[in-house]
Design a protein around this ligand. Structure first.
Ligand code: Z5A
Length: 213
């Protein structure tokens, strides 16, 4: 029996270059949704299942061919969708995820310069009928993001060790996607103080709640 569309949960993703400030805002979003009585599944990519977390540790640490990196992102995503995201949405839960396929387009296509057409084929294969209901894109100049990370990180991963121009390309690719998917992707100016950014984020989440009610 097919499920009435309104019974399906909602899918919110958080995106942005490293250090843009996603983590604190994810916590505020999950709190708001739980206060409204919703069941929330909080997850991340790459990751979210035991196998996908193993793939995450490898892809963040081990040197590899750039296309291997891209395929590992999608392999981890397939597992995450099958075990966590799709069942949660079908139960009517809300899923809040730190990164999803927009990150692959931004990092692997924008940052690494891989061929976008291959990614369209992978996206069609791995989640032909699913897109986030809302994506919050935290936009910040790479120099500011680097400053924020420098004050709090002892160790860096393979991505965090990339140079400033890599993050400029990633940022530009994210912003291009936001223009192409303006109804889904809300750009948040994440250079502002934390509390101001939180107001903006929770405003977008409240609008989605209103549309869903
Ligand atoms: N990746 C990929 O290449 N392709 C893919 O398809 C996917 C991922 C899915 C892991 O992601 C890596 O995987 C990622 C891309 C790649 N690159 N890296 N590295 P991740 O999301 O797990 O890792 P991350 O982006 O590095 O997360 P992060 O460093 O935790 O960033 P964040 O969550 O955006 O930042 P934060 O921890 O919330 O904030 C950083 C600091 O800034 C912290 O001290 C905050 O207190 C401070 N902060 C935050 N907001 C503010 C404001 N507004 N003012 C002042 N200070 C602030």
């Amino acid at each position: 029996m097919s499920q009435h569309p309104s019974a399906r949960g909602r899918f919110i993703t958080f995106e942005g270059i490293d250090g843009a400030g996603k983590s604190s805002q994810i916590a505020a979003t999950v709190d708001l949704l739980r206060e409204r009585g919703l069941t929330v599944v909080q997850s991340r990519e790459p990751g979210g299942t035991p196998l996908s977390e193993k793939l995450r540790s490898i892809v963040l640490a081990d040197p590899m061919h750039l296309e291997t990196e891209a395929l590992m992102m999608f392999a981890a995503r397939r597992e995450h969708l099958a075990l966590i995201i799709e069942p949660a949405l079908a139960r009517g839960d809300w899923v809040v995820c730190d990164r999803f396929t927009d990150a692959t387009y931004a990092y692997q296509v924008g940052g690494r310069g891989l061929d976008e057409d291959k990614f369209r084929a992978l996206e069609q294969w791995v989640h032909p009928h699913l897109q986030p209901d809302l994506t919050l894109l935290f936009d910040v100049p790479p120099a500011l993001a680097a400053e924020r990370l420098a004050s709090g990180r002892a160790e860096t991963d393979r991505f965090e060790r990339e140079q400033r121009d890599f993050f400029e390309r990633v940022r530009a690719a994210y912003l291009q996607r936001a223009v192409a998917s303006a109804g889904r992707i809300a750009v948040v100016d994440a250079a502002r103080p934390l509390a101001v950014v939180t107001d903006d984020v929770l405003g977008s989440v409240r609008r989605l709640l209103e549309q869903t009610a």
